[in-house]
Ligand binder design. Structure first.
Ligand SMILES: Cc1cc2nc3c(=O)[nH]c(=O)nc-3n(C[C@H](O)[C@H](O)[C@H](O)COP(=O)(O)OP(=O)(O)OC[C@H]3O[C@@H](n4cnc5c(N)ncnc54)[C@H](O)[C@@H]3O)c2cc1C
Length: 460
């Protein structure tokens, strides 16, 4: 590091943060990339980790490894817990170590978490899907439900355990429901003696009246048809009003109510931007919207702070969607502006988004894709999906093993990543029970808070 060069701090190693850092390769700056995980996560394929197709390493390469040739970057594992926009400093914490960093330019790309629309207690029974931990917990719950169903003597309980419910019919929910259906009806065929997993119910619920609303009416209709053809029950206009260990309560747009008894529940319904957005808003003239996204200027900067950029999922600008391409392009744009400042050739054009389209996989060899006026369905859309996702997986090693795992899953019908552990299933809730004072360190832990009410882990 060269102390006389401008210091760029980037928060986040997701699409926004990583692509900003890469764009600054060769620039006359020192970069510190701070992220609360040591990997770059390809979130669009999390559902394949959750359903046993891919391993975590294939979609989450080490950030250090990706950036090892780029000498102007230092990668730090730490969670940013404080910011002072006036003093231009951030505070970050990891495993008992606190770090203070000062910056000349700051790019905040901390993404978004799951939103339960004010019902955070639903999370206990219906985990979301935002991280590797989430995907592994869901994998343990999906395969665990089948195991307990094989064990139980109670017919009603067996039926409940063989009911899988996915909430949210966006791309993640559609892909997840499609994969659980394939897993139960094909992957585990012939492996159980008492239960017939192909008789499992897989439900996909959404309060909206269509699946995949941004894809337009025609593709939404095709996607719903295909889901139903493979045996997914799609319930639309269905708002979830309650989630508990045993199932969910629904209220339909026509006021009808319904109770669904279900074992494994997956929440793929809403997003809430990183709390860092609110922290920035409190120290600036910027505002946050209902989803906690920070309203930025046309150049992705924070009002009153031209040295601070907010990009990707946690930014609100021109109603842009929370998708990977927006994060990549805004991250690269912020980097270009910093290069412009450093070289004395300022970038004055506002950020302009180039929409490259969207796609969702429904089943083996079946997908929908929309790019401008081009709409594809079925096998051609699936091939386009395969090629594009392979292209964006980082590193040849991961691309190669992903291709092998896809061949095993899509051609052979098996899945190579079915390992689940007790810790994967219960660790999130166990850590929650230890309370906010629980501070893990690498050599052990500080004294955890006394746990008053110990709950037994269950699949529900
Ligand atoms: C299951 C799923 C499926 C998706 N499918 C698609 C799809 O098919 N197509 C598509 O275009 N988009 C898809 N998306 C959306 C896409 O992944 C996001 O839009 C994109 O990841 C946003 O990039 P980002 O850099 O803003 O945030 P993220 O990629 O979420 O990265 C945030 C980074 O910030 C770090 N971080 C967060 N808080 C802190 C903190 N306090 N301190 C330090 N570091 C912090 C995180 O560790 C992470 O490294 C999907 C998302 C999910 C969850």
């Amino acid at each position: 590091m060269n102390n006389s060069r401008p210091h760029v701090v980037i928060i986040g190693s997701g699409f926004g943060g990583l692509f900003a850092a890469k764009r600054l390769a060769g620039a006359d700056v020192d970069i510190t990339l701070v992220a609360k995980t040591t990997h770059h996560l390809f979130q669009p394929l999390l559902y394949q980790v959750a359903t046993g197709i891919l391993s975590p390493g294939e979609i989450a390469p080490a950030t250090r490894e990706i950036l090892k040739e780029q000498e102007n970057v230092r990668v730090l594992l730490s969670e940013v817990t404080g910011m002072d926009l006036e003093a231009r400093t951030i505070r970050a914490e990891a495993l008992g170590t606190t770090t203070e960093l000062s910056y000349d330019h700051l790019i905040v790309a901390a993404g978004a978490g799951q939103s339960y629309f004010g019902n955070d207690h639903f999370a206990v029974y219906a985990p979301g899907m935002k991280s590797i931990d989430d995907a592994l917990e869901l994998r343990a719950r999906i395969f665990g439900a089948l195991e307990v169903a094989e064990l139980t003597e109670d017919e009603q309980e067996r039926e409940r355990l063989l009911t899988f419910v996915v909430v949210g019919a966006g791309p993640t929910g559609v892909e997840m429901a499609g994969q659980i259906r394939e897993l139960t009806s094909q992957t585990v065929k012939g492996e159980y003696r008492r239960i017939d997993p192909s008789k499992a119910r897989v439900l996909l619920l959404d309060a909206a009246d269509r699946v995949l609303p941004p894809f337009g009416e025609r593709l939404s209709g095709k996607a719903k048809e295909k889901l139903e053809a493979i045996g997914v029950e799609v319930k639309l206009g269905a708002m979830v009003t309650g989630v508990d260990e045993n199932g969910l309560d629904l209220k339909y747009s026509d006021e009808r109510t319904e109770r669904i008894e279900g074992g494994c529940k997956v929440w793929a319904a809403g997003v809430q931007a990183s709390p860092l957005g609110r922290m920035i808003a409190e120290q600036s003239e910027a505002e946050v919207d209902r989803a906690g996204r920070l309203q930025v200027n046309k150049d992705c900067t924070v009002p009153g702070h031209p040295e601070v950029y907010v990009v990707g999922d946690m930014m609100s600008l021109d109603k842009l969607p929370g998708v990977a391409q927006v994060a990549i392009q805004t991250g690269q744009y912020a980097a270009d502006r910093i290069i412009g400042d450093v070289t004395g050739k300022p970038v004055t054009r506002p950020f302009r988004y180039h929409d490259k389209g969207s796609m969702a996989v429904i089943s083996k060899f079946g997908a929908v894709m929309k790019a401008g006026k081009v709409e594809l369905t079925g096998f051609p859309a699936w091939v386009a999906w395969l090629a594009l996702h392979l292209l964006y997986i980082v590193g040849f090693k991961a691309q190669f093993t992903t291709l092998v795992h896809w061949a095993i899953a899509f051609v052979g019908g098996a899945r190579s990543e079915r390992i689940t552990t007790r810790q994967q299933m219960v660790a999130r809730l166990a850590v929650q029970q230890l309370g906010e004072d629980f501070r893990p360190t690498v050599t052990g832990t500080q004294q955890p808070k006394k746990v008053e009410d110990k709950a037994e882990p269950t699949i529900g």
